[in-house]
Design a protein around this ligand. Structure first.
Ligand SMILES: *Cc1c(COP(=O)(O)O)cnc(C)c1O
Length: 366
């Protein structure tokens, strides 16, 4: 028997989205940290979970202020920018943080603006919150065209602008001047406009590349989102967070589900934060491997985008799917994403990168 379900028109016929999760030896497709937590971290996380388990008959701390305060401390250490615990928001992955932002500031009759190519989830968050989605285009080198920003902001009057820096899938970071230009352009929107800088990959940025956290003090409409999924190597824990003005964070507290962050998640995140240095010990070597990978690809005559992230977008291939499939046949899974002809590879361990390079030489005849 088939039921007639009152599915929203814009969801009809759609498949759930997500990168293929295939069981192959070399996984370089979703920008994870290839290094699992050390046994010392595992032991502390396990002990914290055991302690949380003893209180699982009770609902968790709804405000998660302990965790938010430790995230604020971490941000101060990482970027030199100090915010109050009440200026930090945490949720189940930065995916959920973005959803909260669009629930609070998007919605029917409102517009979210971004610049393609960018994170493929953004249009889905917009769709799910019935927010109109408008995407401008980045320039040839994947930088923002500031004239186009002015034009689109004036024409579309967005209530949210989403900027990823470093951007996914390109890896390119925005100069501070570009973020400031977007803040200035959006100051003209009469109803107000929240500018979100998604810094999921911030810890991998090259020396001299700024973080938008430095702009928070002057900009109550700015939100800078981060995650424990990438540099922290905790993708499985599902913890994302943002820093913004108290006013902005208070708006997110209105739309979150009660007790959205489980006691177990909070315990895991706090135990892991106590080991931030150990968890991120490999970030330096991942950055070097990233730079070496860029140099190697360019040495082979390929084009790569500038990368401040833990992945590299490279190309261009006449038949990128054939290259992707050829690598997969050799046990190396990368990502078929970005503009036509390009592919994205995450930075793995040195052994994994050698496997990638050997397979690519064979498949692409480099
Ligand atoms: C991976 C990624 C995230 C992280 O999402 P989580 O939900 O925190 O795992 C956020 N933004 C971008 C652009 C990403 O690539």
């Amino acid at each position: 028997m088939t039921a007639t379900l009152p599915l929203r028109a814009e969801l009809r016929g759609l498949e759930p989205y997500g990168a293929p999760q295939l069981d192959v030896p070399v996984l370089l497709n979703v920008n994870e940290n290839p290094y699992p937590p050390s046994e010392a971290v595992v032991a502390d996380v396990a002990a914290a979970v055991a302690q949380a388990a003893r209180g699982l008959n009770r609902y968790p701390d709804r405000e998660a202020l302990g965790l938010r305060s430790e995230l604020a401390d971490y941000l101060a250490r990482e970027s030199g920018v100090r915010v109050a615990p009440e200026q930090v928001w945490a949720a189940n992955g930065s995916n959920e943080v973005m959803l909260h932002l669009l629930q609070a500031f998007g919605g029917p009759g409102r517009t979210a603006l971004s610049f393609a190519p960018t994170y493929s989830m953004y249009p889905e968050y917009a769709r799910d919150t019935a927010t109109r989605w408008v995407a401008g285009r980045r320039a040839e080198d994947f930088s923002l065209d500031l004239d186009q920003v002015d034009e689109l902001v004036a024409r579309e009057q967005p209530s949210v602008v989403l900027l990823a820096s470093p951007n996914n899938p390109t890896g390119t970071a925005l100069p501070q001047a570009a973020v400031e230009a977007v803040l200035e352009a959006t100051a003209q929107v009469p109803e107000g406009c929240v500018v979100v800088v998604d810094e999921a990959y911030a810890e991998f940025r090259r020396t001299g590349t700024p973080s938008a956290l430095a702009l928070l003090a002057e900009n109550p409409r700015l939100a800078v989102s981060r995650t424990m999924s990438k540099a922290f190597g905790l993708a499985g824990a599902r913890v994302g967070y943002l820093a913004a003005s108290r006013e902005l964070v208070d708006a997110l507290r209105v739309v979150r589900l009660p007790y959205h962050l489980s006691a177990v998640t909070q315990a895991v995140a706090r135990a892991a934060l106590a080991h931030a240095d150990a968890l991120m010990a490999q970030v330096g070597s991942l950055r070097s491997t990233r730079d070496e990978t860029v140099a190697w690809l360019r040495g082979k005559g390929l084009t790569t985008a500038e990368s401040d992230a833990n992945f590299v977008l490279f190309g261009a291939f006449d038949d990128r799917h054939a290259i992707w499939q050829g690598l997969l046949d050799r046990g190396v899974l990368i990502r078929e994403t970005g503009p036509e002809g390009w592919l994205r590879v995450s930075i793995g361990t040195p052994t994994e990168m050698t496997a990638f390079q050997d397979a690519l030489v064979e498949v692409a005849g480099l």
